[in-house]
Design a protein around this ligand. Structure first.
Ligand SMILES: *Cc1c(COP(=O)(O)O)cnc(C)c1O
Length: 428
């Protein structure tokens, strides 16, 4: 598709029906695919020919949706995974194995923090967490000869901090490794990290891409820009023969598609975590309206952040689009049209006041989820981290006052009324 805008890609990229085929993306709910000769099937297993044979590896519905996400990000190739967790796992494990090391920013989604800090370490992959505001020199000092990648979130969950993508890409590339970023919160509507030098993008499609809270899914997108061959010694999995495919070398056979092909043919083959075609269909419906929904999330969140910012009952608000936010300049650079619908704030009051406030909300619901059509709120000190004292929370980097608010697609004036009424009720 030529140079069309992202709103058009949301509708038109991916599935391209031919004469007489269904206009809407069909759900190919089949585990296997039929061939006429043994030789045809054999060539698929040797990766000599493109084609479908088993849905754990590839499925036509999933491939169309992955192609749409690749187009939205401006990438070379993409693959869907069963969850955002699986996407981040495979994105890193594809180039990082026992004995290797990776560098990640510390302010990332809790699930990813545990994946790296606990499970990867059990698998023999060492991790150094760094503060994303650390100086270049401090970050440089974290590199080791066996470092294989740098990881960060474009907008961190839940802190909504903005990653300086260009700076991180420069540092990663000077050490001859790729930068992998999780672009779940901005979505490609608000930020396209490849334009700033990131090499691989991951998504939890569970959030805005689905947008209606109906499926768990993930995606990995490769820009095709990182030159694995120029750093062949660091990436033997891509640049030396794979004995489990008769000595095929991914970079030589697949060029710019080497990285995603290896995810498909090795990691999906051996570890599973494929997305179901039914879920890919839901995801595609969400993607069709992604641009108009994200614009609405942007506008409503901006309106509500400004309301909170000027309210005497609110101690502080963190939302990068506020002019007084420490990351406002970076937001203007990387996310000029808007950041996302998520913000954090604190009330002027104690935990009991916070609880009375949340219990008094009528529209905004208490949920651990974020980033879909329903507005919701979470108070880590009362929910996810409730076993901790205030001082333990501070040690863990969680402000005991912090509330995470995710603005949905309701009328923003009604959400403002809901918050105003709940504060008044909590004061009584
Ligand atoms: C939710 C989330 C994940 C994990 O995704 P799941 O689909 O829940 O597995 C990863 N990264 C970010 C930024 C998220 O918000």
């Amino acid at each position: 598709m030529g140079k069309v805008k992202i709103g058009t890609l949301c509708i038109q990229a991916g599935y391209k029906p031919k004469k007489g085929e269904p206009r809407q993306l069909p759900i190919i709910q089949s585990t296997t695919f039929k061939y006429d000769t043994s030789d045809q099937m054999g060539r698929l297993f040797d990766l000599e020919e493109d084609g479908y044979f088993y849905t754990r590896l590839q499925n036509p519905t999933n491939d169309c949706v992955a192609a749409k996400i690749a187009a939205l990000e401006g990438g070379e190739a993409a693959i869907l995974t069963s969850s955002g967790q699986a996407a981040n796992f495979f994105a890193c494990f594809n180039i990082c194995e026992a004995g290797d090391h990776l560098i990640s920013t510390a302010s990332i989604y809790g699930g990813t923090f545990n994946l790296f800090g606990t499970t990867f370490r059990k698998m023999g992959i060492d991790v150094t967490f760094i503060d994303q505001e650390a100086s270049d020199q401090e970050i440089e000092a974290a590199f080791r000869p066996n470092t294989k990648l740098v990881f960060g979130e474009v907008l961190s969950n839940p802190g909504v901090r903005v990653l300086d993508i260009e700076r991180f890409a420069k540092i990663a590339h000077s050490h001859r490794v790729p930068l992998i970023v999780d672009n779940t919160f901005p979505t490609p509507v608000n930020c396209r990290p490849f334009e700033w030098g990131a090499d691989i993008v991951t998504h939890s499609t569970t959030k805005y891409m689905d947008g209606h809270g109906v499926h768990i899914g993930g995606a990995i997108v490769d820009s095709g820009n990182f030159d694995w061959e120029a750093n062949a010694g660091k990436f033997p999995g891509l640049c030396t023969p794979d004995e489990s495919y008769h000595g095929l070398t991914y970079t030589k056979r697949f060029g710019k598609k080497a990285y995603i092909t290896k995810v498909t043919s090795q990691l999906m083959r051996d570890l599973g975590s494929a997305q179901s075609p039914q879920n890919a269909f839901y995801l595609n419906l969400g993607l069709e309206t992604l641009q108009i929904r994200v614009r609405r999330h942007n506008e409503s969140a901006r309106r509500i952040a400004e309301f909170l910012n000027g309210n005497a009952d609110i101690k502080w608000v963190r939302f990068p689009e506020l002019e007084n936010d420490p990351e406002h300049e970076r937001q203007l650079k990387y996310l000029p049209d808007g950041s996302c619908g998520v913000m954090s704030f604190a009330l002027n009051g104690d935990r009991a006041f916070a609880n009375r406030f949340m219990d008094s909300l009528r529209l905004v619901t208490i949920e651990t989820h974020v980033a879909d059509s329903h507005s919701c709120i979470l108070h880590p000190a009362s929910h996810t981290h409730r076993q901790m004292s205030d001082s333990q929370l501070r040690e863990a980097g969680v402000d005991p006052d912090l509330m995470r608010l995710s603005i949905g697609l309701e009328d923003p004036e009604d959400i403002i009324d809901d918050i105003t009424n709940a504060i008044a009720a909590a004061r009584r």
